[in-house]
Design a protein around this ligand. Structure first.
Ligand SMILES: [Zn+2]
Length: 298
């Protein structure tokens, strides 16, 4: 029997470090944040699960980066769930959405997304610098595709365990510290993976982080850092929507106003509606300083 963690470790990220082995780790639980994100659309159960795993993975991946900015994980494929996008900032602010057509079958990620790819984009600061890594969707789970990404693109051996339950999602990551080579480091890495593989999805979802670590690594000294909160937060704004409308151009907006009487833009991440009447729309095209380029909405 797994004892429930109740309200402990809800919506939080815990980092940990093994004292005598060159391996670090993280545990994340998404509760209310996942519920808020999956309530934005009428998602089939299989897609709610995929979103949960992807959001947990995005938090784990984003926290390995030492920068201000955000990480985006995007799955696109030829299956029923043709697009899934999740984002996490360095403040653990998450948002995400998925698009699908027809029935979303129960089964592994491959049967949901079909053949496709996972793109990992990292943007720093105001989006000046960005890096993108792309891997094919491999194996049955998102974790496997991401492990391939770490192996090929980042060259830091990394393992992920992801689980979504009825009311939330959770994830664990183990990562070998860079430049830790030799037989001893290799042995430690193998040893910890074998132990971590014994954790059930149910335990990952429902045990407290302390209990998970005690259950898996009770013989290994480790340091658990202070929990960091994770929350749902959308970065859409009036300014970004205005930039997008300017990008569409005056003629297009005039046409929309003629047909609809107003222009409404709804953010797909948070469902917030931005409305522009004829006067608002007209004001978009005055006082635009020359050479000010359009911003990207998301
Ligand atoms: Zn939004």
């Amino acid at each position: 029997m797994v004892e429930s963690r109740g309200l402990n470790d809800a919506d939080c990220l815990h980092r940990f470090l093994f004292e005598h082995m060159p391996v670090r780790g993280e545990l994340v639980h998404l509760d209310e944040s996942w519920q808020q994100i999956t309530a934005q659309a009428d998602y089939p159960p299989a897609i709610r699960r995929a979103l949960g795993e992807a959001l947990a993975a995005a938090v784990l991946l984003a926290s390995t980066l030492k920068f201000e900015g955000k990480l985006t994980l995007q799955l696109s494929g030829d299956g029923p769930m043709h697009l899934l996008v999740v984002q996490c900032t360095n403040q653990q602010e998450i948002r995400g959405l998925a698009k699908w057509r027809g029935e979303a079958p129960e089964g592994d990620l491959r049967s949901l997304s079909g053949e496709g790819r996972v793109a990992i984009t990292i943007e720093t600061g105001q989006g000046q610098e960005s890096y993108q890594g792309i891997v094919p969707i491999t194996g049955a789970s998102l974790a496997e595709s991401l492990e391939t990404y770490f192996q090929n693109s980042v060259q830091v051996p990394t393992r992920l365990w992801l689980a979504t339950g009825a009311d939330g999602a959770a994830g664990m990551m183990l990562q070998r510290l860079p430049d830790s080579w030799g037989d001893e480091a290799e042995h430690a890495w193998e040893h910890l993976q074998v132990l971590a593989d014994t954790l059930s999805r149910d335990e990952l979802r429902h045990l407290t982080d302390r209990d998970i670590l005690r259950r898996l690594f009770h013989q290994d000294d480790l340091r658990l850092f202070e929990a960091q909160p994770v929350r749902f937060c959308c970065s859409c704004s009036q300014g970004r929507v205005e930039s997008t409308l300017r990008m569409l151009g005056r003629d297009e907006i005039t046409e929309l106003l003629r047909e609809e009487g107003r222009v409404e833009v709804r953010c797909e991440f948070c469902n917030r509606a931005y409305r522009f009447d004829a006067v608002d729309a007209e004001s978009l095209f005055i006082d635009v300083p020359p050479g000010s380029g359009p911003e990207v909405l998301h």
